[in-house]
Design a protein around this ligand. Structure first.
Ligand SMILES: [Zn+2]
Length: 136
C-alpha cells in the first residue's frame, strides 16, 4: 500500500470533520463526522444519521453535500469518531469504501496508523472493487 503525502489541506480536512462532529455529537448515539475535499478546494462536511433500521454513515452525507453543490471531483475523504476519545480518525466501512470508489476512484482517504495520519488511495482500500462494466 502506497502512502501519499500529507498536506496542510489534509490536516484542515481532519479539523473540519472534528468541528462538525463536535458541534453535532449526540452522546446517546454513535456519531461520526466526515469531511470531503474537492478539486475546487472546497470542503464539505456531514455527520451520520441513524434510524432503528438503517442510517447512512457520515461519508455519504458529506459526499452528498458536495455533489449537491455541483462538486464532481472529490479528492480526499476523512471520517472521525465523535465523543470523548479525542476524535480519532477512523477508516471508512465497506459500503463507504465502495461509495468513494464509485464517485472518485482516484480519491484518497485519510487514516490513522498507530497515531499517525496517513493517506492512501481508495483503490488500495478496496482492491478489485465492484463496478458496472457497462459504464466503460
Ligand atoms: Zn460507512
Amino acid at each position: 500500500m502506497k502512502y501519499l503525502e500529507i498536506t496542510e489541506k489534509d490536516r484542515l480536512l481532519v479539523q473540519a470533520a472534528i468541528e462538525v462532529v463536535a458541534k453535532h455529537y449526540r452522546e446517546e448515539r454513535h456519531t461520526v463526522g466526515a469531511a470531503v475535499l474537492c478539486a475546487s478546494g472546497k470542503i464539505f462536511t456531514g455527520v451520520n444519521v441513524e434510524s432503528v433500521g438503517y442510517g447512512p454513515c457520515a461519508e455519504p452525507i458529506a459526499i452528498g453535500a458536495a455533489v449537491s453543490h455541483g462538486e464532481i471531483e472529490l479528492t480526499v475523504v476523512v471520517a472521525v469518531q465523535g465523543g470523548t476519545a479525542g476524535f480519532p480518525v477512523i477508516p471508512p466501512c465497506g459500503n463507504c469504501r465502495q461509495l468513494v470508489w464509485d464517485y472518485a476512484p482516484e480519491a484518497a482517504v485519510l487514516l490513522d496508523k498507530d497515531g499517525d495520519l496517513i493517506k492512501v488511495g481508495i483503490a488500495d482500500l478496496l482492491p478489485m472493487a465492484y463496478r458496472n462494466f457497462y459504464d466503460n
